[in-house]
Structures are given as C-alpha cells and as structure tokens.
Design a protein around this ligand. Structure first.
Ligand SMILES: [Zn+2]
Length: 262
C-alpha cells in the first residue's frame, strides 16, 4: 500500500483503543496515513511491536521509557532485544520532563538524565534514531546532547517540540527533525519555531489519544486527525497541502529508513 500522510508519533497500542483499535487503523489507512506507535514503557513498547507486525507495512513501533515513567527502571538488555525487531524504527519516547516534578527535584532530574543517556547509548548501538520527549527541560536536554554528541544518531527526532526558535536552531545544527502535533491548530506559541525549521526537517504527529486538534477538540484523538496538523503546517510554511504531505513522506522515509510507497 502507498502512504501519502504520516503520523510519526501516536499511541494506538494504548488501552484507549482496546475497543476499536483495528477500526482506528483502518480509518487512517483509508486516507493513506501511515503511523508509528510509540512505546512509553516496557509493556507499551512490546504492544507497539505486536501491533506493527499485524500489518505488512504502514504501522511501525518505537521502544523506550518515558521520563515520567523513569522509576520503572530501564533494563538495557531487555530493551535492546526489543529494539532489534525489524518493525522498530526509533528509540523512545525518552528524554526529560521537568513539568510535573515538585519534590526531590534534583534527584528526579538526575535519574531522568541517567535513563535518557542509557537510551541514547541504545540508539547508538542499534543505529536507530531517538524519539525525544522534552518538557520544561530544553536547555538541559541540549547540554546533554552536546556532551554526548559521539552517541547521537543522525536524523533523531524531537516530538511535540515546545522550545524556542533559538533552541530549534541548536537542534537543527545537531541534525534533528521535529514533529508537531494538534496543539499548533489551537495556539500560536509554536509558529515562530515552525517558521525557523526548514520543511525538509518537519514531521507531523497526533500524540493520540492526547492533544486532539481543532475541529475535533473534546473527542479522543486518533491518527486520522494528523491531516489537521499537516494542513496547519502547510499554512504556516506557505506551501500547498499536497507539497507538505509529499515532503513529510520523504522526511519520514529518510529518518526512519522505511519505504512508504511500496
Ligand atoms: Zn507520546
């Protein structure tokens, strides 16, 4: 099947889709939307892989430990086994999330950094890019990436980029790609960052079941709605929706080493 749109960061393996998972994927496929189901802990990473294997192509997986789940602990060898699966296209979501930390901040931050570095090492070992989650910690993340540049796999991705235009420039220099989700359809906070990033470094995502875009606010999100984000990105970059879609497919094929035209 040929895919013409791409949801680079979604979670259809999550329990939110237990009742209608196949239909959700079918609705996306009917519009030519391929997807990556992103792991957030060991169980969700395994579910993402199992789901990907149900489809010949167009459904991929990542394996990783979300910083907010860092207390689960990172079993390097177990994740390495998962990471070698042919359907796994990236390591993550991993990164730093200082948004919800209130107590014992320093310890929690150090633990998150240590677990992120292990995933950076895994990404380097299996030669698959990082899928980074970062909230309220962009300066710290950039410092870590620079300090360990020798382990940074080219064409890594920052998902739901929420940093400044300056930070976007630093990440561009490090070779990063950026996915944007539904939030750009209802706030303007990210317009400047989007304008800073060239179209050949952009990807689209839903982060479903979270952050539903306009005009579907209030409903559960799903990969189908990535079309709204793609439309908004095209508008912000001043190109047609068709051009944006074609560019996104090209970028996704390059970053994740997949063939979406087969
Ligand atoms: Zn996510």
């Amino acid at each position: 099947m040929k895919f013409t749109h791409f949801d680079a960061h979604t979670h259809v393996q999550f329990p939110a889709y237990d009742v209608d998972r196949a239909e959700v994927i079918e609705r996306a496929f009917n519009e030519g939307i391929g997807m990556i189901n992103v792991g957030s802990d060991a169980a969700m990473s395994r579910h993402a892989i199992t789901l990907a294997h149900k489809y010949e192509n167009g459904v991929y997986a990542t394996v990783g430990l979300h910083p907010s789940d860092a207390n689960e602990g990172f079993d390097y060898e177990a994740y390495k086994t998962l990471a070698q699966d042919e359907k796994v296209v990236a390591i993550g979501e991993c990164g730093l999330d200082f948004l919800r930390i209130t107590e014992k901040t320093e310890i929690a931050q150090d633990a998150q950094k240590a677990i992120f570095l292990q995933q950076m090492k895994l990404s380097f070992e299996v030669k698959k890019p990082l899928m980074i989650h970062c909230r309220n910690a962009m300066p710290e993340l950039i410092i870590l990436l620079k300090e360990h540049k020798e382990m940074l796999v080219p064409n890594s991705v920052v998902h739901f980029f929420s940093g400044t235009a300056e930070e976007a420039k630093e990440l561009l220099t490090l070779g990063f790609y950026f996915t944007f989700g539904g939030v750009i359809t209802f706030v303007h906070d990210y317009d400047e960052a989007v304008n800073t990033i060239p179209v050949d470094r952009l990807l689209t995502e839903t982060d479903a079941p979270y952050v539903t875009p306009v005009p579907h606010r209030g409903k559960r999100n799903e990969p189908l709605f990535v079309l709204e984000t793609e439309k908004k990105l095209a508008e912000l970059k001043g190109i047609s929706e068709q051009e944006m879609a074609a560019q996104i497919i090209k970028n996704a094929e390059k970053v994740f080493s997949i063939d979406l035209s087969a």
